[in-house]
Design a protein around this ligand. Structure first.
Ligand code: UT7
Length: 321
């Protein structure tokens, strides 16, 4: 019995913000951003909510499939519209997914990989026919727009995959997730709560704090470990993988992943130029682009690989239907 990735969808906010626009906010220049990250523009939500983006991506992935067949909705996000209800519960209600259990997962930028890992296990053990795994972010709401070290990196968007439990399709061949203790707090987002009459928690800064160099070093090692692990577990060689879909955080990290695997960069799906880093949404959005491109045939092997705050990392190797 396998869990196949059937279809995908994605949604981006209408507003496209070019690098040049950011030079009005912080001391930076477009050429620096392109050379150090590969990012040229990103989409930023104005009228869109996380929910509207998640639902748009899920509707595209579902097409005319029967909504009653969805038994599970997992939403990976670090920027939910609300804490309660969860984004999963909101998606379920908005889309009328009457038979689904729904909740959220926070594994930062590895969230979509963690979502697939959870969904595969739950579908097999609980006989769930179909599941939606969504990655959605409105990182613009947790970005410090005065910090040039982070505000140039992030964007908003959503991506979704429909999974199906199958007797004859192998689907996911191998999966790997791992947590690493972030002992130096290299990537954090604090929570802003109301002050209670009983404790003095001090002021909090509810936006992304990052030591870019530390995260960069972690990323290069962790994605190498994750990619090696899924290949080894499945008994598949790197050259047998038709396409790699990496987390879109930095073009230089993607290049190092290609070098590590001794594979041409052309085998790596890249959309960071126009999306920036969209955390949990970045892998499913890039996967949706790959699926739409027509470059994937039934039976092709595809690897998803990501890393993120926590610290977290993981990879999924699957066979396309
Ligand atoms: O999704 C997971 C989370 N994040 C990541 O994966 C991010 C991983 N890290 C990175 O992508 C890179 O570390 C960054 C793109 C964030 C930074 O690139 P870097 O090559 O590591 O630059 P740096 O932080 O070492 O800074 C180099 C210089 C510094 O100036 P000095 O000290 O050499 O004079 C910075 O102040 O570049 C300066 N700088 C900038 N200059 C223009 C930093 N940010 C900017 C900026 N524009 N936006």
């Amino acid at each position: 019995m396998g869990v196949a990735i059937l279809t995908t969808g994605k949604a981006l906010p209408a507003l496209k913000v070019e690098n040049q626009k950011l030079t009005e906010l912080v001391e930076t220049d477009s050429q620096w951003i392109i050379e150090r990250t590969g990012i040229e523009s990103r989409h930023i939500a104005t009228s869109e909510t996380g929910l509207s983006l998640a639902v748009a991506a899920a509707e595209e992935a579902l097409g005319d499939m029967d909504k009653a067949s969805i038994g599970l909705v997992l939403v990976a996000t670090v920027s939910p519209d609300m804490l309660v209800p969860s984004m999963g519960a909101l998606v379920k209600r908005t889309m009328g997914l009457e038979n689904a259990v729904a909740y959220d997962i926070n594994a930062a930028c590895s969230g979509f990989i963690y979502g697939l890992w959870n969904a595969e296990a739950l579908m097999k053990t609980h006989d769930i026919k179909r599941a939606l795994v969504i990655g959605v972010e409105r990182l613009s709401r947790i970005t410090n727009w005065e910090d040039r070290g982070t505000c140039i990196l992030f964007g908003d968007g959503a991506g979704c995959a429909v999974l199906e439990l199958s007797d004859d399709k192998p689907g996911i061949l191998s999966s790997f997730i791992k947590n690493y203790d972030d002992v130096s707090n290299s990537l954090t987002v604090d929570m802003q709560y109301l002050q209670t009459p009983f404790a003095d928690d001090g002021p909090k800064e509810p936006y992304i704090h990052m030591n870019g160099t530390q995260v960069f070093r972690f990323a290069v090692g962790a994605i190498g470990e994750a990619m090696d692990a899924v290949l080894r577990n499945a008994g598949v060689r790197a050259d047998e993988v038709k396409y790699y879909v990496p987390h879109q955080a930095n073009m230089r990290i993607i290049q190092s992943a290609a070098q590590r695997m001794k594979q041409p960069l052309e085998k790596f799906q890249v959309n960071i130029q126009t999306t920036g880093n969209v955390s949990a949404a970045s892998i499913p959005m890039a996967l949706a682009d790959l699926m739409k491109s027509g470059k994937i045939q039934s039976g092709d092997k595809v690897m998803l690989v990501g890393f993120g705050g926590g610290l977290t990392a993981g990879a999924i190797l699957f066979e396309a239907v």
